[in-house]
Design a protein around this ligand. Structure first.
Ligand code: UGY
Ligand code: MN
Length: 247
């Protein structure tokens, strides 16, 4: 979307935010080298998780130590080698990974321009349930299921939907004209990256035109709704905290 000089579609509100790509500013993130790392969402905004967009140069890498933070990653473009503890695999466009808390992980030997989104949160263990294990997969192998019966709004659930996991990472793909069936208002928080297409996102009482490259934060209980518009399908990657007690 081109807009006049001195303007931006970016809005940062108390309970939601839209971050358009024109405003991106790089951060130096410990462990990430030879890459442009942009922290799109974190606690400074009011979120309980972080969302980063990392664009690698050839020879760049990310190598994060084992601690109480878990990371879910998605390769939007390019490719690299992902290592999580003792697991090592090549990852191309569409690949995703989950590095549990307590496991060191790395992304090495990236193709120039590889774009990876990272969602990070402090893991909340569930008493009596074994901690989740490392995963490296590809979204192409995850079928899209009709969302609440609508074949034009399909959801790919990338990580196992089991109590061990306290986060979800999903891809939602809408045919032009398809919508979220109702204005959702829920305790789960979202971080989102538009992967393709365009549409309008309702966040609280504001409606935003959005397109590929935009990032969105929705605080818990932020009313939310989406309609895909234009001539091509719209899709977005999103994070959600799940499976933990209300109190
Ligand atoms: O999983 C979700 O809560 C999803 N339906 N929300 C969204 O796409 N904004
Ligand atoms: Mn939602």
């Amino acid at each position: 979307m081109s807009i006049p000089y001195g303007n931006t579609r970016t809005r940062v509100a108390a309970r939601h935010a839209l971050i358009a790509p024109d405003g991106h500013v790089k951060s130096n993130v410990p462990g990430i080298t030879g890459a442009a790392a942009v922290i799109l969402i974190n606690g400074a905004m009011g979120a309980k998780f972080a969302q980063l967009l990392v664009t690698f140069e050839a020879g760049g890498s990310a190598a994060l130590p084992a601690n109480d933070v878990e990371t879910a990653g998605f390769f939007e473009t390019g490719g690299a080698t992902v290592t999580i503890g003792g697991m090592k695999k090549k990852a191309g466009a569409g690949a995703f990974f989950f590095a549990p808390a307590g496991a060191a992980w790395s992304v090495t030997a990236p193709k120039k321009g590889t774009r990876v989104t990272l969602f990070q949160k402090k893991f909340v263990p569930l008493a009596g349930t074994a901690a989740p294990q490392a995963i490296i997969g590809n979204a192409a192998d995850v079928p899209g299921q009709p969302f609440l019966g609508d074949p034009d709004a399909r959801l790919q659930v990338l990580l196992p939907d089991v109590p061990a996991f306290d986060l979800a990472m999903n891809i939602f793909t809408y045919q032009p004209g398809a919508t979220l069936p109702f204005v959702e208002t829920h305790v789960m928080e979202h971080g989102l990256l538009m992967l393709a297409g365009q549409g309008v996102y309702r966040l609280e009482d504001a409606w935003y035109p959005v397109a590929a490259g935009d990032a969105i934060w929705m605080a818990p209980f932020c009313p939310q709704w989406f309609v895909a518009m234009g001539k091509t399908p719209a899709s977005y990657l999103y994070y959600k905290d799940v499976n933990r007690a209300a109190l």
